[in-house]
Design a binder for this molecule. Structure first.
Ligand code: SF4
Length: 427
């Protein structure tokens, strides 16, 4: 029996260098499928969807709001051919009801320990319209290694340079930052995987460079230290979302190969300045994830913010505009205030202004978005800043003997993150 697992394409962030990371959600999901099924994975972002319908059962995995409409088209396509379709992923969780109009079955939640039953139901023609495991999480002990063997690895490169491999050490997040939807998706409970299982998975990945995609590593100080200490012998180089602002934790992170972090930057406070400085002091670079158009932002604030990013010598910056993704406080508030301009999910790419900002017109915020990219990268273009980051990791690899001189290097961007909401971390 053959299961075709499809990851629909979406429009990439305007002005961001386009490249593709191997997706994480589908390979984690694939690890939960019954062993007797053949799995064919199609990532529409890097290859065309085959015209044939050569599958017994189809799965559509969706992470982003801007992926949803394409995913529904794909589901309709297979169902018209009499093939049953199941949809899942965090995008599906944010758009569950609409997805139910296009799929035979909607899977909500985490798949570990649950797919044998689903496939048994398919075999007996009693697939349920909804498998609802929302907030009903399997124990993290049963999370296995992601099934990366389904990836066509040659497709994930940038000008012949291989991308990072994605891996996760925990699920959930104990914070509830504005305007993030993670608390809606996973509750506010931090759920670490057993460190020894994470280390075994990392060790088995044939790539020296990783992206640890956890929502935020800054959840539990001792857990972070234990994890980083155990990572030291692997000599991997990795990027991640925020790390605890604590010298001992940062020191262990650096020893474990922390390469750079994605850090949300909302304002020009000393708190941000000091945080970036502390990362830099430990040899960890910082890519700012900078959200424009908050209700507190005036035009002058945005201009000051860009000057500040240059002043604190941020290594890279990724600018997005505030987007009211479903099931976020932003959506609820803007909906109540009548400020949402469209619910065409294809426009929810985080580079288009689809709401009425508080202090300027939508058109002016769109111009400020362009201003931010242009001003930050005026003196040193994005490609050059990325090159500098990349060169730094190669130098470290040469020092510790892990450099592999082949066309296997990488450049990464926050844009490949396993996030449904496009928002940025506060911690
Ligand atoms: S923005 Fe990051 S740290 Fe904040 S709630 Fe969301 S996932 Fe957690």
């Amino acid at each position: 029996m053959k299961f075709r697992l499809i990851y629909p394409r979406w429009k990439k962030l305007d002005r961001q260098t386009e490249f593709h990371l191997p997706p994480h959600g589908p390979v984690v999901f694939a690890a939960t499928l019954p062993a007797d099924w053949e799995v064919e994975f199609i990532d529409e972002n890097v290859e065309p969807l085959p015209a044939d319908a050569a599958a017994d059962f189809v799965g559509v995995s969706m992470m982003l709001t801007s992926q949803m409409k394409r995913g529904w088209e794909i589901a309709d396509h297979y169902r018209r051919r009499g093939i049953k379709v199941i949809c899942g992923g965090i995008g599906t969780m944010l758009h569950a009801e609409e997805t139910g109009l296009h799929a035979d079955s909607v899977f909500l939640g985490e798949a570990e320990g649950r797919m044998e039953q689903v496939f048994d139901d398919w075999r007996n023609n009693r697939l349920k319209p909804v498998y609802d495991y929302f907030q009903n999480h399997p124990p993290t002990e049963i999370i296995g290694d992601a099934r990366r063997s389904i990836l066509k690895r040659d497709l994930y490169n940038y000008k012949g340079i291989q991308m990072v491999d994605l891996v996760h050490a925990s699920r959930g997040c104990r914070f509830n930052c504005y305007p993030c939807c993670v608390s809606y998706l996973g509750g506010r409970q931090f759920r670490p995987r057993p460190v020894e299982k994470v280390i075994a998975e990392m060790a088995g990945i044939d790539n020296n460079r990783l992206f640890v995609v956890d929502n935020s590593l800054a959840q539990d100080r001792q857990w972070e230290i234990d994890l980083f200490r155990a990572m030291v012998p692997l000599k991997k180089k990795w990027c991640c979302h925020p790390i605890e602002e604590d010298d001992e934790v940062l020191d262990w992170a650096a020893q474990a190969g922390a390469w750079y972090v994605y850090q949300a930057i909302f304002d020009t406070s000393d708190r941000i300045r000091n945080r970036v400085r502390r990362y830099h002091d430990h040899g960890i670079a910082v890519e700012g994830t900078v959200l424009l158009g908050l209700d507190s932002h005036t035009e002058d604030d945005i201009k000051r913010l860009i000057d500040f990013l240059l002043e604190i010598e941020l290594d890279l910056a990724e600018f997005t505009v505030l987007t009211p993704f479903p099931h976020t406080r932003t959506f609820t508030e803007f909906e109540r205030e009548g400020r949402i301009l469209t619910k065409d999910w294809n426009a929810y790419t985080a580079d288009q202004v689809i709401f009425r900002p508080r202090h300027m017109s939508p058109g002016r915020l769109q111009e400020m978005y362009a201003y931010a990219w242009e001003t930050f990268y005026r003196d040193e273009p994005q490609s050059y800043k990325m090159f500098k980051l990349f060169k730094r990791v190669m130098e470290r690899e040469k020092t510790d003997g892990t450099f592999r001189p082949r066309r296997r290097d990488l450049i990464v961007s926050r844009f490949g993150r396993e996030r449904a909401d496009g928002s940025a971390e506060e911690r």
